[in-house]
Design a protein around this ligand. Structure first.
Ligand code: IPM
Ligand code: MN
Length: 353
């Protein structure tokens, strides 16, 4: 008998509760088939709780979360809360406090899903972005002087540590080796302009590459990466990049793979507690309407189980998603246009498990 996993469930704001409900439905179905047990610890952190109590994420909750096996997150962002408050106070605080230094974002075009890229199919679009997740421009180092005057100065610094960069690059090389696909790792940076910050990335990358002679150490500047992702996505296997660029290119990646409705990601601490989420936001205008696509969240649930070591369960979810997307019942991946409700898509995936 397998072990009992402790899963922290954080539905969050907007459509978060609706998509997490479907994700947990699939986890429940697959646990019976794959033979693992779990218990959940539900957290109501998010915009509504903040507006009611002023509390975003107390340190005591973080201490408690360190004892979980994993976290399943819906979405963060509330229309009545000032931009940046929940993003920094909840999502980034979790990523930083739990030292989830990898943001793993697969860009997979599932069969049956239309991509806006002409003449490209599932065999061309299958790569992974390894985004550094605890440093860079996201640390919030900087400040504003002489605010709201003509002399105002705003500085936001890009912080890169040797340790942070190295552990991320090493993770990406290991992943490239495990994938056994093109055996190619592309460093995406802007070393031609960021001659301090990304010089460090380059030196670390080519030095670590020496430990992986079987893997091609490839390079593309971030602007060119965007171009190639659209023009020749089949060139990529694994891309490793800094926090900010990873954020940007994975939204492009989500479009390349058919839309936000299918793009999943994991905030990973290989030695600690990881957290899985769809990469889309809280979509306030669809809240409570049961029309949002839960596939991205369900796929994130698959990544969660894979990371826990439940390979069979993860494969079952992947297979069920692929069948759901090709069976003809889902008319479109876009919210409100699926031809099925959020819960019906969840039921469909469950029925295919
Ligand atoms: C993401 C999101 C977040 C980020 C925001 C909500 C802070 O865009 O997960 O990609 O920038 O990392
Ligand atoms: Mn983003």
């Amino acid at each position: 008998m397998g072990k009992t996993y402790k899963i922290g469930v954080l539905p969050g704001d907007g459509v978060g509760p609706e998509i997490i409900r479907e994700g947990m439905k699939v986890v429940a179905a697959v646990s019976k088939k794959a033979g693992f047990k779990y218990e959940t610890v539900e957290y109501d952190f998010g915009g509504d709780r903040y507006l009611k109590t002023g509390e975003i994420l107390p340190d005591s909750a973080i201490e408690e979360m360190k004892k979980l096996d994993t976290i399943y997150l819906g979405s963060v962002g509330h229309p009545d809360v000032k931009t940046g408050v929940l993003e920094k106070g909840l999502l980034l605080k979790l990523r930083f406090a739990l030292d989830q230094y990898i943001n793993l974002r697969p860009v997979i075009l599932y069969p049956g899903v239309p991509t806006p890229i002409k003449d490209k199919g599932p065999e061309d679009i299958d790569f992974v972005v390894v985004r550094e997740n605890t440093e860079g421009l996201y640390l919030g180092v900087g400040g504003i002087l002489k605010k709201d005057t003509p002399d105002e100065v705003a500085v936001q610094e890009m912080v890169n540590t040797r340790k942070g960069v190295e552990r991320c690059i090493r993770y990406a090389f290991e992943l490239t080796g495990k994938r056994k696909k093109k055996m190619k790792l592309t460093l995406c940076d802007k070393a031609n302009v960021l001659t301090y910050a990304h010089d460090l990335w380059q030196r670390a990358f080519y030095q670590i590459a020496k430990d992986y002679p079987g893997i091609e150490a490839d390079h593309a500047f971030v602007d060119a990466t965007c171009m190639w992702m659209v023009k020749n996505p089949e060139w990529f296997d694994v891309i490793v990049t800094c926090n900010m660029f990873g954020d940007i290119i994975t939204d492009l990646g989500a479009m390349v793979q058919g839309g936000m409705g299918v793009a999943a990601g994991g905030n990973i601490n290989p030695e600690g507690v990881s957290m899985f989420e769809p990469i889309h936001g809280s979509a306030p205008k669809y809240t409570g309407k049961n029309v949002i696509n839960p596939i991205a969240t369900i796929a994130a649930g698959g990544m969660m189980l894979d990371t826990l070591g439940e390979k069979k369960a993860a494969e079952m979810i992947d297979k069920a998603i692929r069948e759901a997307l090709t069976c003809g019942k889902i008319k479109s991946l876009a919210a409100g246009k699926m031809g099925l409700s959020t819960s019906e898509v969840g039921d469909l995936v469950v029925s295919l498990i």
